[in-house]
Design a protein around this ligand. Structure first.
Ligand SMILES: Cc1cc2nc3c(=O)[nH]c(=O)nc-3n(C[C@H](O)[C@H](O)[C@H](O)COP(=O)(O)OP(=O)(O)OC[C@H]3O[C@@H](n4cnc5c(N)ncnc54)[C@H](O)[C@@H]3O)c2cc1C
Length: 373
Protein backbone atom coordinates (compact mmCIF):
# COMPACT_ATOMS: atom_id res chain seq x y z
CA UNK A 1 0.00 0.00 0.00
CA UNK A 2 1.31 3.45 -0.91
CA UNK A 3 -0.07 6.31 1.22
CA UNK A 4 -0.48 9.81 -0.18
CA UNK A 5 1.39 11.12 2.85
CA UNK A 6 3.02 9.78 6.01
CA UNK A 7 3.21 12.11 9.00
CA UNK A 8 6.17 11.37 11.26
CA UNK A 9 5.33 12.76 14.69
CA UNK A 10 1.65 13.34 15.48
CA UNK A 11 1.92 15.79 18.40
CA UNK A 12 0.77 19.40 18.03
CA UNK A 13 1.52 20.16 14.37
CA UNK A 14 1.42 16.54 13.17
CA UNK A 15 -2.00 15.94 14.75
CA UNK A 16 -3.39 19.03 13.02
CA UNK A 17 -1.72 18.07 9.71
CA UNK A 18 -3.09 14.52 9.86
CA UNK A 19 -6.58 15.78 10.62
CA UNK A 20 -6.66 18.40 7.85
CA UNK A 21 -5.05 16.12 5.23
CA UNK A 22 -7.58 13.36 5.99
CA UNK A 23 -10.50 15.78 5.84
CA UNK A 24 -9.16 16.78 2.40
CA UNK A 25 -9.53 13.15 1.26
CA UNK A 26 -5.88 12.17 1.28
CA UNK A 27 -4.86 8.68 2.23
CA UNK A 28 -2.85 9.47 5.36
CA UNK A 29 -0.74 7.46 7.81
CA UNK A 30 -0.01 9.27 11.09
CA UNK A 31 2.85 7.78 13.13
CA UNK A 32 4.04 8.63 16.63
CA UNK A 33 6.58 7.22 19.06
CA UNK A 34 3.91 7.60 21.80
CA UNK A 35 0.12 7.90 21.86
CA UNK A 36 -0.69 11.62 21.48
CA UNK A 37 -1.52 13.52 23.55
CA UNK A 38 1.23 12.43 25.93
CA UNK A 39 3.83 13.90 28.27
CA UNK A 40 6.97 12.97 26.31
CA UNK A 41 7.01 15.89 23.85
CA UNK A 42 6.23 19.62 23.85
CA UNK A 43 2.43 19.79 24.12
CA UNK A 44 1.63 18.70 27.72
CA UNK A 45 1.12 20.75 30.88
CA UNK A 46 -2.52 21.53 30.07
CA UNK A 47 -2.29 25.08 28.64
CA UNK A 48 -0.45 27.33 26.15
CA UNK A 49 -0.64 31.09 25.59
CA UNK A 50 -2.04 32.52 22.39
CA UNK A 51 -1.33 36.19 21.75
CA UNK A 52 -1.80 38.21 18.57
CA UNK A 53 0.39 41.34 18.88
CA UNK A 54 3.67 39.59 18.13
CA UNK A 55 7.08 41.06 18.93
CA UNK A 56 8.68 38.04 17.22
CA UNK A 57 7.89 39.59 13.83
CA UNK A 58 5.25 40.39 11.21
CA UNK A 59 5.91 37.10 9.40
CA UNK A 60 4.00 35.34 12.20
CA UNK A 61 0.84 37.40 11.97
CA UNK A 62 -0.71 35.57 8.97
CA UNK A 63 -0.09 32.28 10.83
CA UNK A 64 -1.69 33.69 13.98
CA UNK A 65 -4.70 35.10 12.16
CA UNK A 66 -5.32 31.86 10.30
CA UNK A 67 -4.84 29.88 13.52
CA UNK A 68 -7.46 31.99 15.27
CA UNK A 69 -10.02 30.99 12.63
CA UNK A 70 -8.98 27.33 12.76
CA UNK A 71 -9.04 27.22 16.59
CA UNK A 72 -12.60 28.50 16.53
CA UNK A 73 -13.54 25.93 13.90
CA UNK A 74 -11.94 23.11 15.90
CA UNK A 75 -13.83 24.14 19.03
CA UNK A 76 -17.06 24.05 17.07
CA UNK A 77 -16.46 20.77 15.21
CA UNK A 78 -15.25 18.97 18.32
CA UNK A 79 -17.81 20.60 20.66
CA UNK A 80 -14.96 21.10 23.15
CA UNK A 81 -13.76 24.23 24.95
CA UNK A 82 -10.19 24.71 23.75
CA UNK A 83 -9.67 28.47 24.27
CA UNK A 84 -10.22 30.96 27.08
CA UNK A 85 -10.21 34.64 26.17
CA UNK A 86 -8.52 35.89 29.34
CA UNK A 87 -6.45 38.56 27.59
CA UNK A 88 -2.65 38.42 27.81
CA UNK A 89 -0.94 41.17 29.80
CA UNK A 90 2.72 41.69 28.84
CA UNK A 91 4.90 43.54 31.34
CA UNK A 92 8.42 44.85 30.73
CA UNK A 93 10.79 47.60 31.91
CA UNK A 94 10.13 50.98 30.28
CA UNK A 95 13.56 50.90 28.60
CA UNK A 96 12.96 47.43 27.04
CA UNK A 97 11.98 47.37 23.34
CA UNK A 98 9.31 44.72 24.03
CA UNK A 99 6.22 46.85 24.76
CA UNK A 100 6.85 49.34 21.88
CA UNK A 101 7.26 46.33 19.53
CA UNK A 102 3.94 44.86 20.69
CA UNK A 103 2.23 48.24 20.26
CA UNK A 104 3.72 48.58 16.73
CA UNK A 105 2.55 45.09 15.81
CA UNK A 106 -0.93 45.92 17.12
CA UNK A 107 -1.04 49.16 15.10
CA UNK A 108 0.12 47.48 11.88
CA UNK A 109 -2.35 44.63 12.14
CA UNK A 110 -5.28 46.41 13.87
CA UNK A 111 -5.03 44.25 16.98
CA UNK A 112 -7.05 45.42 19.98
CA UNK A 113 -4.53 46.30 22.72
CA UNK A 114 -4.42 48.68 25.66
CA UNK A 115 -1.20 50.19 27.00
CA UNK A 116 -0.98 50.44 30.78
CA UNK A 117 1.34 52.12 33.30
CA UNK A 118 2.49 50.26 36.41
CA UNK A 119 -0.20 52.10 38.42
CA UNK A 120 -2.91 51.22 35.86
CA UNK A 121 -2.00 47.53 36.14
CA UNK A 122 -2.06 47.54 39.94
CA UNK A 123 -5.36 49.38 39.97
CA UNK A 124 -6.99 46.88 37.62
CA UNK A 125 -5.51 43.72 39.14
CA UNK A 126 -4.79 44.31 42.80
CA UNK A 127 -2.76 41.12 43.11
CA UNK A 128 0.05 42.49 40.91
CA UNK A 129 2.86 44.56 42.42
CA UNK A 130 4.56 46.39 39.54
CA UNK A 131 7.59 48.65 40.02
CA UNK A 132 7.11 52.15 38.57
CA UNK A 133 9.89 51.59 35.99
CA UNK A 134 7.72 48.94 34.29
CA UNK A 135 4.77 49.27 31.94
CA UNK A 136 2.56 46.88 30.03
CA UNK A 137 0.18 46.12 27.22
CA UNK A 138 -3.01 44.06 27.34
CA UNK A 139 -3.75 41.99 24.21
CA UNK A 140 -7.50 41.83 24.69
CA UNK A 141 -8.52 39.00 22.35
CA UNK A 142 -5.60 36.82 23.43
CA UNK A 143 -5.77 34.11 26.06
CA UNK A 144 -4.86 30.48 26.43
CA UNK A 145 -5.48 27.13 24.79
CA UNK A 146 -5.97 23.67 26.28
CA UNK A 147 -3.13 21.98 24.43
CA UNK A 148 -3.59 18.30 25.26
CA UNK A 149 -7.33 18.50 24.67
CA UNK A 150 -6.69 20.07 21.25
CA UNK A 151 -4.26 17.33 20.20
CA UNK A 152 -6.75 14.73 21.43
CA UNK A 153 -9.50 16.23 19.25
CA UNK A 154 -7.38 16.38 16.08
CA UNK A 155 -6.37 12.74 16.59
CA UNK A 156 -9.99 11.70 17.19
CA UNK A 157 -11.37 13.64 14.21
CA UNK A 158 -8.65 12.27 11.91
CA UNK A 159 -9.40 8.73 13.03
CA UNK A 160 -13.14 9.19 12.55
CA UNK A 161 -12.47 10.38 9.00
CA UNK A 162 -10.57 7.18 8.24
CA UNK A 163 -6.95 8.17 8.86
CA UNK A 164 -4.54 5.28 9.55
CA UNK A 165 -2.75 5.80 12.89
CA UNK A 166 0.26 3.93 14.12
CA UNK A 167 1.10 4.99 17.68
CA UNK A 168 3.64 3.86 20.30
CA UNK A 169 5.88 3.07 17.33
CA UNK A 170 8.98 5.27 16.78
CA UNK A 171 10.20 5.90 13.25
CA UNK A 172 13.78 4.65 13.04
CA UNK A 173 14.80 5.96 9.63
CA UNK A 174 13.52 7.52 6.43
CA UNK A 175 14.71 6.90 2.89
CA UNK A 176 13.79 8.48 -0.44
CA UNK A 177 13.87 6.42 -3.62
CA UNK A 178 12.00 6.23 -6.98
CA UNK A 179 9.78 9.22 -6.14
CA UNK A 180 8.64 7.55 -2.92
CA UNK A 181 9.50 7.83 0.76
CA UNK A 182 10.04 4.71 2.86
CA UNK A 183 9.67 4.97 6.61
CA UNK A 184 11.18 2.24 8.78
CA UNK A 185 9.59 1.62 12.17
CA UNK A 186 9.78 -1.07 14.82
CA UNK A 187 6.53 -2.36 13.25
CA UNK A 188 7.86 -2.61 9.68
CA UNK A 189 8.25 -0.37 6.62
CA UNK A 190 5.65 2.03 5.20
CA UNK A 191 5.67 3.88 1.89
CA UNK A 192 4.18 7.18 0.72
CA UNK A 193 4.39 9.68 -2.12
CA UNK A 194 5.01 12.50 0.37
CA UNK A 195 6.35 12.80 3.87
CA UNK A 196 5.88 15.42 6.61
CA UNK A 197 8.29 15.39 9.54
CA UNK A 198 6.77 17.00 12.61
CA UNK A 199 8.78 15.17 15.26
CA UNK A 200 9.28 18.22 17.51
CA UNK A 201 12.42 18.18 19.64
CA UNK A 202 13.48 14.80 18.20
CA UNK A 203 13.31 15.65 14.49
CA UNK A 204 17.11 15.88 14.56
CA UNK A 205 17.34 12.12 15.17
CA UNK A 206 15.85 11.64 11.70
CA UNK A 207 17.39 14.74 10.06
CA UNK A 208 20.85 15.10 11.66
CA UNK A 209 21.65 18.37 9.82
CA UNK A 210 18.58 20.16 11.17
CA UNK A 211 19.87 23.09 13.28
CA UNK A 212 17.73 22.60 16.37
CA UNK A 213 18.74 22.30 20.01
CA UNK A 214 16.36 20.53 22.40
CA UNK A 215 16.15 22.15 25.84
CA UNK A 216 14.42 20.85 28.98
CA UNK A 217 11.89 23.32 30.42
CA UNK A 218 9.72 23.12 33.50
CA UNK A 219 6.29 24.51 34.42
CA UNK A 220 5.14 24.81 38.05
CA UNK A 221 1.73 25.14 39.71
CA UNK A 222 1.40 27.27 42.87
CA UNK A 223 -1.24 27.23 45.60
CA UNK A 224 -3.59 30.04 44.75
CA UNK A 225 -7.10 31.40 45.35
CA UNK A 226 -10.05 33.02 43.60
CA UNK A 227 -8.31 36.39 43.14
CA UNK A 228 -6.05 34.79 40.51
CA UNK A 229 -8.82 32.96 38.67
CA UNK A 230 -10.17 33.61 35.17
CA UNK A 231 -13.59 33.91 36.87
CA UNK A 232 -12.35 37.15 38.48
CA UNK A 233 -10.71 38.29 35.20
CA UNK A 234 -7.13 37.69 36.24
CA UNK A 235 -5.24 37.68 32.91
CA UNK A 236 -2.71 35.35 31.39
CA UNK A 237 0.60 37.22 31.41
CA UNK A 238 4.20 37.46 30.28
CA UNK A 239 6.84 39.39 32.20
CA UNK A 240 10.32 40.44 31.20
CA UNK A 241 12.53 41.49 34.15
CA UNK A 242 15.38 44.01 34.22
CA UNK A 243 17.93 41.14 34.34
CA UNK A 244 16.51 39.83 31.03
CA UNK A 245 14.77 36.79 32.56
CA UNK A 246 11.29 36.08 31.18
CA UNK A 247 8.26 34.50 32.86
CA UNK A 248 4.70 33.71 31.87
CA UNK A 249 1.60 32.44 33.58
CA UNK A 250 -2.06 31.59 33.35
CA UNK A 251 -5.16 32.43 35.39
CA UNK A 252 -5.57 29.92 38.22
CA UNK A 253 -7.80 26.92 37.68
CA UNK A 254 -8.88 24.92 40.73
CA UNK A 255 -6.83 27.36 42.84
CA UNK A 256 -3.63 26.37 41.05
CA UNK A 257 -1.67 29.13 39.32
CA UNK A 258 0.66 27.91 36.56
CA UNK A 259 3.87 29.94 36.15
CA UNK A 260 7.02 29.15 34.17
CA UNK A 261 10.27 30.69 33.09
CA UNK A 262 10.69 31.10 29.33
CA UNK A 263 14.46 31.54 29.06
CA UNK A 264 17.10 29.09 30.37
CA UNK A 265 16.61 25.35 30.82
CA UNK A 266 18.88 22.33 30.41
CA UNK A 267 20.23 21.32 26.97
CA UNK A 268 19.21 17.79 25.93
CA UNK A 269 20.78 15.24 23.60
CA UNK A 270 18.06 12.66 23.94
CA UNK A 271 14.47 12.34 25.17
CA UNK A 272 15.67 10.11 28.03
CA UNK A 273 17.64 13.10 29.42
CA UNK A 274 14.42 15.10 29.94
CA UNK A 275 14.22 14.21 33.65
CA UNK A 276 10.92 14.66 35.51
CA UNK A 277 10.11 17.86 37.42
CA UNK A 278 12.01 18.04 40.72
CA UNK A 279 15.16 16.32 39.48
CA UNK A 280 17.03 19.65 39.25
CA UNK A 281 17.35 21.82 42.39
CA UNK A 282 16.18 24.89 40.41
CA UNK A 283 12.91 23.28 39.24
CA UNK A 284 10.61 24.38 42.07
CA UNK A 285 12.26 27.71 42.76
CA UNK A 286 13.10 29.26 39.38
CA UNK A 287 9.97 31.45 39.49
CA UNK A 288 10.36 32.54 43.15
CA UNK A 289 12.16 35.83 42.40
CA UNK A 290 9.45 36.81 39.94
CA UNK A 291 6.58 35.71 42.20
CA UNK A 292 7.96 37.40 45.31
CA UNK A 293 8.27 40.72 43.50
CA UNK A 294 5.26 40.73 41.13
CA UNK A 295 2.68 38.35 42.62
CA UNK A 296 3.52 38.21 46.32
CA UNK A 297 0.28 36.39 47.25
CA UNK A 298 1.69 33.11 45.89
CA UNK A 299 3.48 30.62 48.08
CA UNK A 300 3.75 26.85 47.87
CA UNK A 301 4.77 25.06 44.69
CA UNK A 302 2.29 22.19 44.44
CA UNK A 303 3.71 20.23 41.51
CA UNK A 304 5.36 20.65 38.16
CA UNK A 305 6.08 19.07 34.82
CA UNK A 306 9.08 18.92 32.50
CA UNK A 307 8.75 19.43 28.76
CA UNK A 308 11.10 20.28 25.88
CA UNK A 309 11.61 23.24 23.56
CA UNK A 310 13.09 22.63 20.10
CA UNK A 311 15.12 25.80 19.74
CA UNK A 312 16.31 27.00 16.33
CA UNK A 313 19.45 29.20 16.19
CA UNK A 314 17.40 32.41 15.81
CA UNK A 315 14.31 31.36 17.76
CA UNK A 316 12.19 31.36 14.59
CA UNK A 317 10.23 28.41 13.19
CA UNK A 318 11.80 26.11 10.59
CA UNK A 319 9.53 25.09 7.70
CA UNK A 320 11.28 23.69 4.64
CA UNK A 321 11.36 21.04 1.96
CA UNK A 322 13.48 17.94 2.45
CA UNK A 323 14.34 17.43 -1.20
CA UNK A 324 14.57 19.18 -4.58
CA UNK A 325 11.37 17.51 -5.79
CA UNK A 326 9.54 19.15 -2.89
CA UNK A 327 7.93 15.88 -1.83
CA UNK A 328 9.14 16.04 1.78
CA UNK A 329 8.49 18.80 4.33
CA UNK A 330 9.83 19.44 7.83
CA UNK A 331 8.20 21.71 10.42
CA UNK A 332 10.31 22.05 13.54
CA UNK A 333 12.37 24.53 15.57
CA UNK A 334 9.19 26.04 17.00
CA UNK A 335 11.40 27.33 19.81
CA UNK A 336 8.87 27.34 22.63
CA UNK A 337 6.22 29.50 20.93
CA UNK A 338 4.67 27.23 18.30
CA UNK A 339 1.56 25.75 19.85
CA UNK A 340 -0.70 28.71 19.11
CA UNK A 341 0.20 28.35 15.41
CA UNK A 342 -0.25 24.55 15.27
CA UNK A 343 -3.53 24.75 13.28
CA UNK A 344 -2.06 27.02 10.59
CA UNK A 345 1.13 24.94 10.45
CA UNK A 346 -0.93 21.74 10.18
CA UNK A 347 -2.95 23.33 7.40
CA UNK A 348 0.22 24.36 5.54
CA UNK A 349 1.44 20.75 5.83
CA UNK A 350 -1.85 19.41 4.48
CA UNK A 351 -1.78 21.93 1.59
CA UNK A 352 1.74 20.74 0.81
CA UNK A 353 0.51 17.12 0.82
CA UNK A 354 -2.26 18.07 -1.63
CA UNK A 355 0.28 19.67 -3.98
CA UNK A 356 -0.93 23.24 -3.37
CA UNK A 357 1.24 26.36 -3.26
CA UNK A 358 2.89 27.03 0.14
CA UNK A 359 6.05 28.85 -1.07
CA UNK A 360 4.94 32.35 -0.08
CA UNK A 361 3.94 31.57 3.46
CA UNK A 362 6.94 29.34 4.23
CA UNK A 363 9.62 31.55 2.61
CA UNK A 364 10.57 33.49 5.82
CA UNK A 365 10.96 30.20 7.68
CA UNK A 366 13.18 28.27 5.25
CA UNK A 367 16.62 26.98 6.19
CA UNK A 368 18.36 29.17 3.57
CA UNK A 369 18.22 32.00 6.12
CA UNK A 370 21.11 30.27 7.91
CA UNK A 371 23.30 30.09 4.76
CA UNK A 372 26.51 32.09 5.13
CA UNK A 373 26.72 34.92 2.57
C1 LIG B 1 6.95 24.32 28.83
C2 LIG B 1 6.50 24.81 27.49
C3 LIG B 1 5.68 25.92 27.40
C4 LIG B 1 5.25 26.38 26.16
N1 LIG B 1 4.42 27.46 26.10
C5 LIG B 1 3.90 27.85 24.91
C6 LIG B 1 2.93 28.88 24.85
O1 LIG B 1 2.53 29.43 25.88
N2 LIG B 1 2.42 29.21 23.63
C7 LIG B 1 2.83 28.59 22.48
O2 LIG B 1 2.35 28.96 21.41
N3 LIG B 1 3.76 27.61 22.51
C8 LIG B 1 4.29 27.22 23.69
N4 LIG B 1 5.19 26.20 23.76
C9 LIG B 1 5.69 25.61 22.53
C10 LIG B 1 4.76 24.60 21.92
O3 LIG B 1 4.16 23.79 22.93
C11 LIG B 1 5.57 23.78 20.93
O4 LIG B 1 6.17 24.68 20.00
C12 LIG B 1 4.70 22.80 20.18
O5 LIG B 1 3.94 22.00 21.06
C13 LIG B 1 5.61 21.93 19.33
O6 LIG B 1 4.81 21.14 18.49
P1 LIG B 1 5.46 19.94 17.69
O7 LIG B 1 4.37 19.32 16.92
O8 LIG B 1 6.67 20.43 16.97
O9 LIG B 1 6.00 18.95 18.84
P2 LIG B 1 5.20 17.87 19.71
O10 LIG B 1 3.85 18.33 20.08
O11 LIG B 1 6.13 17.46 20.80
O12 LIG B 1 5.03 16.67 18.69
C14 LIG B 1 6.14 15.95 18.19
C15 LIG B 1 5.71 14.51 18.15
O13 LIG B 1 6.70 13.76 17.45
C16 LIG B 1 6.80 12.49 18.05
N5 LIG B 1 8.07 11.91 17.66
C17 LIG B 1 9.32 12.35 17.94
N6 LIG B 1 10.24 11.54 17.38
C18 LIG B 1 9.56 10.57 16.72
C19 LIG B 1 9.94 9.44 15.95
N7 LIG B 1 11.23 9.13 15.73
N8 LIG B 1 8.97 8.65 15.45
C20 LIG B 1 7.66 8.93 15.64
N9 LIG B 1 7.24 10.00 16.37
C21 LIG B 1 8.18 10.80 16.90
C22 LIG B 1 6.66 12.79 19.53
O14 LIG B 1 6.28 11.65 20.26
C23 LIG B 1 5.60 13.87 19.52
O15 LIG B 1 4.30 13.35 19.71
C24 LIG B 1 5.66 25.72 24.98
C25 LIG B 1 6.48 24.59 25.08
C26 LIG B 1 6.88 24.12 26.31
C27 LIG B 1 7.74 22.91 26.38
Amino acid sequence: MIYDVIIVGSGSVGAAAGCYATINNLNVLMIDAHHPPHNQGSHHGKTRLIRYAYAEGDRYVPLLQRSKVLWEALEKTSATTLFRRSGVLSIAPIDSPLIPKLVDSAKTWSIDVETLTASDIMQRWETFVIPQEYHGVLDKDAGYLYSEKAVEQWIRLAQEQGCAQLFNCPVESISHYDDLYRVTTADGDYTARKIIITAGSWAKKLLPDLPISPVRKVMAWFQSDGRFSHHTHFPAFTAQLTDGSQYYGFPAEEDQLKVARYDGGQPLNDATECLPFGQYPTDGRECFTFLKQFLPGQSACLFGQACSHDNSPDGDFIIDYLDEDKTGLVISGLSGHGFKCAPALGEIASQFAMGNEIETIISPFRLTRFDKS
